[in-house]
Unconditional design. Structure first.
Length: 360
């Protein structure tokens, strides 16, 4: 990952070697802004140890950084992000820079944590940047009317610039796929590869989902889904109840005894999902603009997906020139839960085949 640090520091550590071959650094305002929170954190740790609040024997790397959250102050918000995988890796006699992938979570109203640890193996090939959309997960809350697809796209572009990145790989699932498609339409020059999973190119998914739920859902599932269609979840507990009741619709391999663990890790945002399903998703449509996307694209769908059925992925594949479509026979909406190994294999095969990103 490119960091905004440029050459200076006058102290000579070269031991007589050519100074031009040695990286030197200067403290720019942005670098100072990143260093100060860490210095403050160390002072806090020392204070806590001296006062017996924290045992010096239990200090870990996590302790040192627990106050210094990965928050990017961009536009009118703060976006939480997390990075997995090294940027530079040894490659024979040189160091090779891995491509950077933005991992775009769905919902809206969920957070990035559901991607972990399923997508972690990709960090051997890519440097992964997870982030939470504004108003969701660990990102800053704000005015509900700002929780829009438009802002999610622009926040993503601002985060790319904040991190000093050039072209990025984009991986988005469900609503994250809608953000990914919208970003690729608006900023095609910044996309190296596009991968969308279990998503849609228009609001038609709402109509199809209601039909599928009426056919396959239980009375309880149909009743609680009305809060989704109306955009009227009252609180986080009610939204969590929705996902727990609906999980057999989302995943073919759902097991009640194990599902609770992942939901306990997820920070839910009723406001974000209400604004989306009660508002802008009803008019969402990028199908007519998808021909602007010329980057290699992989589209993945689950054959038994009730909310973004595979015919919607077929529409996307038809609209994007030379797109690659894969339909997973034994998956619902949550392909990463139903067929995680095959999903990772498909993504890695796609990246290796398109070898311009030099993945080894």
């Amino acid at each position: 990952m490119a960091v905004d640090i440029s050459p200076t520091f006058t102290r000579d550590y070269t031991n007589g070697h050519d100074m031009n071959s040695v990286k030197r650094y200067k403290l720019t305002p942005k670098v100072i802004g990143r260093i100060i929170p860490s210095v403050i954190n160390v002072c806090y740790i020392i204070f806590f140890v001296l006062n017996g609040i924290i045992s010096s024997e239990k200090i870990s790397f996590d302790t040192l950084f627990f106050l210094n959250k990965m928050l990017a102050k961009i536009r009118d918000t703060e976006i939480y992000f997390d990075v997995e995988g090294a940027a530079l890796v040894p490659d024979g006699e040189r160091m090779r820079e891995k491509p950077v992938a933005f991992m775009i979570h769905g919902g809206p109203g969920a957070d990035h944590t559901s991607y972990k640890p399923t997508f972690s193996p990709l960090s051997q090939k890519l440097q992964l940047v997870y982030f939470d959309h504004r108003g969701q997960g660990r990102s800053a809350r704000g005015a509900k009317e700002t929780y829009t697809l438009e802002n999610n796209v622009e926040d993503m572009e601002a985060l790319r610039q904040y991190l000093g990145l050039e072209k990025i790989v984009i991986i988005g699932t469900s609503y994250g796929g809608m953000v990914a498609l919208s970003y690729a339409v608006r900023y095609p020059e910044n996309v190296k590869y596009l991968i969308v999973i279990a998503t849609a190119g228009s609001s038609r998914f709402l109509e199809l989902a209601k039909v599928n739920l009426a056919k396959k859902g239980t009375k309880k599932q149909q009743a609680i889904a009305q809060f989704l269609w109306d955009g009227k979840f009252e609180n986080e507990a009610q939204l969590q109840e929705y996902f727990q009741l609906m999980m057999p619709m989302y995943s073919l391999t759902y097991k009640p005894e194990t599902s609770g663990k992942s939901w306990n890790r997820t920070i839910l945002s009723p406001d974000a999902i209400n604004v989306a399903f009660g508002g802008f998703l009803r008019s969402y449509n990028v199908l007519d603009e998808l021909d602007k996307i010329t980057t290699p694209t992989l589209i993945i769908a689950g054959k038994h997906d009730w909310i973004c059925p595979p015919e919607l992925s077929e529409e996307i594949a038809t609209a994007i020139p030379n797109a690659d479509l894969r339909i997973f026979e034994n998956s619902g909406h949550l392909i990463r839960v139903d067929e995680p190994e095959l999903l990772l294999d498909a993504i890695i095969d796609f990246l290796v085949y398109n070898s311009r990103i030099n993945i080894k």
